[in-house]
Design a protein around this ligand. Structure first.
Ligand SMILES: [Zn+2]
Length: 363
């Protein structure tokens, strides 16, 4: 085939590729191709594995699915929808000779962990570290409508109260208007056992920009358009890749569904607070203080309460997912627990039952 090379990967090779933390399973002889130095798998093979067929989905996109799961994508685009929630792929979808391809990294680090979560339940989650971004001399984004540091703190305090009611312990990186460095925020999370980390921010942009976006650490081997450097090395935060994307999915989907805000997607970044954290972690952007309508909204107590409730519900959902192995989308039912593929028929168990035992103390 001109323009790219093809090879059959042995099961062991795919184990190496997909043998990432929490996802180490054999995937079988999927046809792979390399475009621009990135390994891709053919979507025909992927959908066959999941039992997907063509489906009605996002207008203007090609959609596949089965039951209550639907996936929509478009060639040359990094926009990718699962159950109509937006994700930003690490690499664009490719099309060659009438076949569509998705990068192996996106398959192993995004699509499969969301469609078939097999969270390890590593370190039972009893505590949430809430990190209201900025503070003190660092106001973050500022407009005539709102000051980011104030919105972040207000949502954070409301979230604290809701999580306590739900039975969690809570640690605040700040509960007042003072400054602390990014390193200090990460250190608080890393010394809090059995915790997950939610950093709360609000955005700035051109006046028309609006919506909610949720960031997790870029997977190992990928760069991020938001990085100050184009580094792609493995980082401490990558040890939680599966947990990160599952937590992001649960919180983001609840927020989009409840607020009807513009869905700016679940995105990958190498922000400082995500790089060296050794806990499941997300950075949540609740809206644009620079947008006249949204800026007024995010500074109102009632909308701050809504955002806090969305994050709380997402966290509760995430914890439940570690027990049941269901997907993080609110509208999605239980995920399949069958293994992706194993030529020997003895791929390791999915870890769901182990997670269930360790999580049952939460509620
Ligand atoms: Zn910020």
């Amino acid at each position: 085939m001109p323009g790219h090379r093809r090879r059959n990967w042995l099961v062991m090779m795919m184990c190496v590729l997909l043998g990432t933390v929490g996802q180490a399973e054999a995937v079988g002889k999927w046809m792979t191709s390399t475009f621009d130095g990135v390994d891709y798998v053919r979507l025909t093979d992927v959908w066959r594995f999941y039992g997907f067929s063509r489906k009605q989905g996002k207008p203007g996109y090609v959609s596949f699915g089965a039951g209550n799961r639907v996936v929509s994508l478009k060639e040359r685009k990094q926009d990718f929808y699962m159950n109509n929630y937006r994700y930003i792929l690490s690499y664009p979808v490719q099309e060659r000779d009438g076949e569509m391809y998705i990068s192996a990294t996106d398959m192993s680090k995004l699509v499969d962990p969301v469609l078939r979560p097999r969270l390890t339940g590593r370190g039972k989650i009893t505590t949430v570290v809430i990190d209201p971004g900025h503070g003190g001399h660092d106001a973050g984004a500022v407009s005539a409508y709102a000051r980011e540091k104030d919105c972040n703190l207000a949502v954070g305090l409301k979230l604290r109260d809701k999580l306590r009611k739900a039975g969690f312990k809570v640690v605040m990186t700040r509960d007042r208007d003072f400054f602390l460095t990014l390193g200090e925020r990460v250190a608080i999370a890393n010394r809090t056992p059995d915790s997950l980390f939610v950093s709360i921010h609000h955005n700035s942009g051109r006046a028309g920009a609006s919506g909610i976006e949720t960031f997790t650490l870029a997977p190992h081997g990928t760069t991020s358009p938001f990085a100050r450097t184009r580094r792609s090395e493995d980082l401490a935060g990558n040890n939680q890749d599966s947990e990160n994307i599952a937590l992001a999915t649960a919180v983001h989907a609840h927020s989009i569904r409840t607020t009807s805000a513009i869905d700016r997607g679940i995105q990958r970044a190498r922000f400082s607070v995500l790089c060296t954290i050794r806990r499941p972690a997300i950075l949540f952007e609740g809206g644009f203080v620079t947008n006249p309508q949204e800026g007024s909204k995010v500074s109102s107590s009632s909308y701050q309460d809504t955002l806090a409730q969305c994050i709380c519900d997402g966290i509760v959902r995430y914890i439940r997912n570690t027990r049941t192995g269901s997907a993080g989308h609110p509208r999605t039912g239980g995920g399949s627990t069958r293994t992706m593929y194993s030529s020997s028929g003895n791929a390791r168990s999915n870890g769901v039952s182990a997670a269930g035992g360790s999580q049952s103390s939460i509620r």
